[in-house]
Design a protein around this ligand. Structure first.
Ligand code: PLP
Length: 225
């Protein structure tokens, strides 16, 4: 018997509220994305019933059959994993946000496939981990310029996946750095970039303290994968 999703959600909301209070932030400024990779359609239905309205998937191929089975449910789907250029044709009409733009190539390919506007975030590999996807910080200005000038892409902000660490305190500088990168990018482009998508199961209380506006939570809600 898996832990109750309802109980997990309540615990998550309490932790968000406590972190927000420590940082003098309004907890309602933090949006929850329920990451449903490997989660069954049955449990996704339960999540929707509990009021979770944004679902995150990290692979297009896994997401599409689930979306088809769930059908229209008044939810937004976010792609949070790496987007391959040969998959951009599947995005329109299915995903309401792509959080993982990480190159000028994929930004241009996606823009060319779209017929209507799409919200996107640029994923930054803040810790510059070689095995990971996400744009290197040095490449961010060029990618941001391409995204901002693309006809169909609406740049909302930045996303990062923090390194795996034993003590979540160690990721605090990563989140701070994403925020300063957001600030400098916003200044360079002369446009607001309100979204900071950072914080997962192991580190979201710290992400909230450091200004996250979007958390992507899988295990904290659905239990171990
Ligand atoms: C799996 C995944 C998450 C959620 O991870 P948890 O540690 O289970 O909360 C968030 N973001 C991305 C990009 C993921 O692939």
């Amino acid at each position: 018997m898996p832990a109750s999703l309802q109980a997990n959600l309540q615990a998550v909301r309490q932790a968000i509220a406590a972190s927000a209070e420590r940082a003098s932030r309004d907890p309602s400024a933090v949006t929850l994305v329920a990451v449903t990779k490997t989660v069954s359609v049955e449990r996704i239905h339960e999540a929707i019933t509990l009021g979770l309205r944004i679902l995150g998937e990290n692979r297009v191929q896994e997401a599409i059959p689930k979306m088809d089975e769930i059908g229209p449910a008044n939810v937004d789907w976010h792609l949070v994993g790496h987007l391959q250029t040969n998959k951009v044709k599947f995005i329109e009409g299915r995903f309401q946000m792509v959080q993982s733009i990480d190159s000028t190539g994929v930004a241009q390919a996606l823009d060319h496939r779209l017929g209507s506007p799409l919200e996107v975030l640029i994923e930054v590999n803040v810790a510059e981990e070689p095995q990971k996807t996400g744009a290197m910080p040095a490449d961010l200005p060029a990618i941001a310029a391409v995204v901002a000038s693309a006809g169909h892409l609406r740049l909302g902000g930045l996303m990062t996946v923090a390194p795996l660490v034993s003590d979540p305190e160690q990721v605090r500088p990563i989140f701070r750095r994403l925020r300063t990168l957001r600030d400098s990018t916003s200044q360079e482009l002369g446009m607001p970039l309100p979204v900071l998508s950072m914080g997962m199961t192991d580190d979201y209380p710290i992400a909230v303290e450091e200004g996250a506006t979007m958390l992507r939570l899988g295990r904290a809600l659905f239990g171990p994968r």
